[in-house]
Design a protein around this ligand. Structure first.
Ligand code: ZN
Length: 130
């Protein structure tokens, strides 16, 4: 398993890139809209791992609701795993609350699934498999 990305909810990607891209000097890989998830995403590369800045595209976006409730900040961690189905099954067997029991296809075409923050110390976890 390896850390794939850290996602941060922000009100304005343009505003936050001033720090992440220009002060910390991380390489911006791309910015794109993901309309099905109602977010705009900016992906920055740190030696093969990524920071994703997530900006809501509309008020009904889960990112909007997150920012309303908690303010800007850490949204989720994503771990890349070799076999997402067996990882989900294993976590379920151990009584960990899953958001997605079956993987879905994410914006980048990888299989992804979310684990509920309740059993993970309050941090939303995403699993992904190439
Ligand atoms: Zn993610």
């Amino acid at each position: 398993m390896k850390l794939d990305h850290i996602a941060i909810a922000v009100k304005s990607i343009e505003e936050r890139l001033k720090i992440w891209q220009h002060v910390l000097n991380l390489k911006l890989e791309f910015i794109k809209d993901v309309p099905d998830q109602k977010v705009k995403v900016a992906v920055l590369n740190i030696n093969g791992q990524h920071i994703e800045l997530l900006e809501p595209l509309e008020e009904t976006s889960t990112i909007s609701k997150f920012i309303e409730k908690k303010g800007e900040g850490l949204h989720h961690l994503c771990f890349e795993v070799e076999n997402i189905e067996s990882m989900l099954l294993n976590m379920k067997k151990q009584g960990i609350k899953l958001i997605d029991e079956v993987p879905k296809i994410g914006a980048s075409g990888k299989k992804i699934a979310f684990i509920h923050p309740k059993d993970m110390g309050g941090v939303l976890i995403e699993l992904s498999q190439k």
